[in-house]
Structures are given as structure tokens and as C-alpha cells.
Write a protein that binds this ligand. Structure first.
Ligand code: AMP
Length: 382
């Protein structure tokens, strides 16, 4: 059992994006102090934290110094280098552990872990040579998806292979680095389970959340997911297995494809609060960020009960194309909550904020959030 870290203590966050920001908001509300570490300045997390340390992740002396000033280190960005997590661990506990980051930040290791745990993944092959690639395309067929083994997120480092004669071109497009080729899954829908595990093994989850992507980036999340209860339960049980086997202390999100015949395949693991769980801030008794805080501080986990069905819609930088979005138009929907991350530069594809709508009628929540988002860039919100 870990010694509880109580309000008033300082928590360190590696990474400084919106996940760290919402974590810091939860932590400060409960009376904790927050330090954040990243190579950037005036960041989404830094704007909320007590202290913002700006240094490269490979400045291990700076990392050790950062960790020595906090009671526990967590991260909001899973591509923190393993050496950085190790350096932090020399001065403070790191939760979840660096070993979990190591497994989940590289697709080949992640898929090998899932396979060894007896959990279903998309059919895939490891690619290190041209021969591997040719063999994999012949076995998995086309279309298929080539993904870099390391440092991929939001569709970055991914190319669709349309025909065998285009495979080499696709591999060149991602720099001919170590990769996986995945069979293209003509899924019925995508779901995720945001789950939390405490040090004593206790486990809570938010059920299955449905996710719609646009250009490989999450666009809309709907809770509860529109899947049969048996599918949702199975996804939760698989997620429990993932968190137990990895020994996670904190939040981890499991992303699934649901095939047209109702089977589940795990696409990815994210060992941290997840975009699909943002709706828990407004819709649930305890948000995913507060759960992360409770877990890493050794406090009992909170209730995940949902007040009302909810839908979340991301606000990407693309919405700034014709100037500042009309925030008042979104606020004109009384059941819609606006979240902005304080990012200074709205670039295309960049996650700038999100909207959450709550309604006793799940379909109405969906319709409302979509209308509210449309209203951001139009004069009438209708
Ligand atoms: P990823 O970065 O691996 O989570 O991929 C981002 C998104 O691309 C997923 O959420 C899917 O919408 C799509 N995608 C990724 N892999 C596949 C696949 N093997 N088959 C079909 N769609 C995929």
C-alpha cells in the first residue's frame, strides 16, 4: 500500500498540454499544488500550475531537480522518453510507472503485451525490412494501414496502403522506420473504456464510450456508447485485464474497434486520461482527472456514476479559419459546457478545446453538441 499523499502536497506533471491542464484544475480544486515540466512556455498546463519548468525532456539533471521538488510524478503525454521517466523515478515515485510507458509507447511492444495477455488485436505484422513488408502485404491484403512503431498519435505516422505496388512508397512516406502493417478493419464503430486502477488493485470505469473520428483525429465521443450491453461488458472486462496485467496506478484508456459481427479488437492503449473521457468532467460524479489524482496520491477512487448521458465534440484549430469562433453562440445552449485549453496558436488539426452537452435523452445531447459546434462558425446556431 502506498502512503497517501494528501492535499497541500505538490504533484509533478511531465508534459504540459490540455490533459495536464485539466489534471491541474482537478488537483488545485482539491488543494494540491502542481508543477509541470515540458520544453515549452505559457502552456495549457503551465497556465494553471503553480510552477512551470521549461526544459527539454532529455535534460535529465533538470528532470531530477523537478522530481525532487514534488511528492509524486505523473505524466500527461505518453511519449515522454523512458530515460526521462527513469530520471524522475530516482527522485520521486512515478505513477503510472515508466515501465508502462515503455510498453505502450511503441506499437510492437504494446501488441506483444496484448497478445501475451490473450487479448484480441487487429491482425498485424512487424515491419523492419522490405521482405517483411512484401510478405505482410501479401498476407493481410489491401487496403491495410502502415503505422510507425514509435511515437504515433492522432493518425500521425500512419499511411493507408491501397495496393501492393504502393507499399514501398507508403513505407518511404513514414521514413522507412520500424513499423507495423495492420489489416484494415471495416468496423461498425469505435469505442473506448476509460478505466482507473488504484495501488490496492481496486478498479473503476466509465463504461463504453463511442468515438467518431475525422481525419484520424477524435471528433465526437458519446456516452454511453450505442452498443449491446454484452459488448460493453466485454470491453470493460478486457480493460480490467489490461490494467491488472500492467499493474497500472492511474487512468488508462483502451480503444477498441467493434466489428460488424460484434467482435472487439483492441486498437490502442493510452496510459493516461484520454480525450474520450473529457465528458466525465461535466457528466460524472468524479472526472477522469480527479481519478488520476486520487490514484497517484493513494487516495480511494471516486464514483464514476454519470449524471446524464453526454456527448463531447472537439474544437480543432480549423475552426479559426475565418477568425475567432463565436463563443457566445455555443454558450447560448444552456446544456452545453465550453472548455478551452489556453493554446495561443490555432493550427489545423490542433486540439484547442471541446464542448460537452448533457441531456436525459442521449440522442438529444448528440444533436445539441453538434449544433453548438456548428454555431461557433456561423451567425445562426440553428
Ligand atoms: P490510431 O492512431 O492507431 O488510434 O488510429 C487513429 C484512427 O485511425 C483510429 O481511431 C481509426 O479511426 C483509424 N484506424 C487506425 N487503424 C485502423 C485499422 N487497422 N483499420 C481501420 N481504421 C483504422
Amino acid at each position: 500500500m502506498i502512503q497517501p499523499i494528501l492535499p497541500g502536497a505538490t504533484i509533478g506533471v511531465l508534459g504540459s498540454g490540455q490533459l495536464g491542464r485539466m489534471f491541474a484544475l482537478a488537483a488545485r480544486r482539491m488543494g494540491y499544488r502542481v508543477h509541470t515540466f515540458s520544453p515549452d512556455q505559457d502552456t495549457p498546463t503551465g497556465q494553471i500550475a503553480d510552477v512551470e519548468v521549461m526544459a527539454p525532456y532529455d535534460d535529465l539533471d533538470a528532470v531530477r531537480k523537478f522530481a525532487s521538488n514534488v511528492k509524486v510524478v505523473t505524466f500527461e503525454f505518453e511519449n515522454v522518453p523512458t530515460e526521462t521517466a527513469k530520471a524522475a523515478a530516482s527522485a520521486a515515485p512515478v505513477r503510472p510507472s515508466g515501465a508502462i510507458l515503455h510498453t505502450t509507447q511503441q506499437r510492437i511492444r504494446e501488441k506483444a503485451f496484448l497478445r501475451n495477455a490473450g487479448l484480441p488485436t487487429t491482425p498485424y505484422r512487424e515491419i523492419r525490412t522490405v521482405e517483411d513488408l512484401e510478405g505482410a502485404v501479401a498476407e493481410l491484403g489491401c487496403p491495410s494501414i502502415l503505422k510507425t512503431a514509435a511515437f504515433g498519435y492522432d493518425g500521425k505516422g500512419q499511411v493507408r496502403v491501397e495496393s501492393p505496388d504502393r507499399a514501398l512508397e507508403a513505407w518511404s512516406a513514414i521514413g522507412r522506420q520500424e513499423a507495423v502493417l495492420e489489416a484494415f478493419i471495416d468496423f461498425e464503430r469505435e469505442i473506448s473504456v476509460v478505466a482507473v486502477r488504484a495501488d490496492d488493485g481496486s478498479f473503476v470505469h466509465y463504461g463504453a464510450i463511442e468515438n467518431q473520428h475525422s481525419r484520424h483525429i477524435l471528433d465526437v465521443s458519446i456516452a454511453p456508447a450505442r452498443v449491446p450491453a454484452a459488448v460493453a461488458n466485454q470491453a470493460v472486462e478486457m480493460s480490467r485485464c489490461v490494467l491488472d496485467q500492467l499493474g497500472v496506478v492511474g487512468v488508462l484508456c483502451v480503444e477498441f474497434f467493434v466489428t460488424r459481427d460484434g467482435r472487439l479488437m483492441i486498437n490502442e492503449l493510452a496510459p493516461r486520461p484520454h480525450n474520450s473521457g473529457h465528458l466525465t468532467v461535466d457528466a460524472c460524479v468524479t472526472s477522469q482527472f480527479e481519478q488520476q489524482l486520487r490514484a497517484v496520491c493513494g487516495l480511494p477512487l471516486g464514483s464514476t456514476a454519470m449524471h446524464r448521458p453526454a456527448t463531447m465534440a472537439n474544437i480543432l484549430g480549423d475552426l479559426w479559419q475565418s477568425g475567432e469562433p463565436d463563443w457566445a453562440a455555443a454558450c447560448a445552449f444552456p446544456d452545453v459546457k465550453l472548455h478551452l485549453y489556453g493554446k495561443l496558436e490555432p493550427r489545423a488539426g490542433r486540439k484547442m478545446g471541446h464542448l460537452t452537452a448533457l441531456n436525459h435523452d442521449a440522442e438529444a445531447a448528440y444533436q445539441t453538441v453538434v449544433r453548438a459546434r456548428r454555431g461557433l462558425t456561423r451567425n445562426d446556431a440553428g
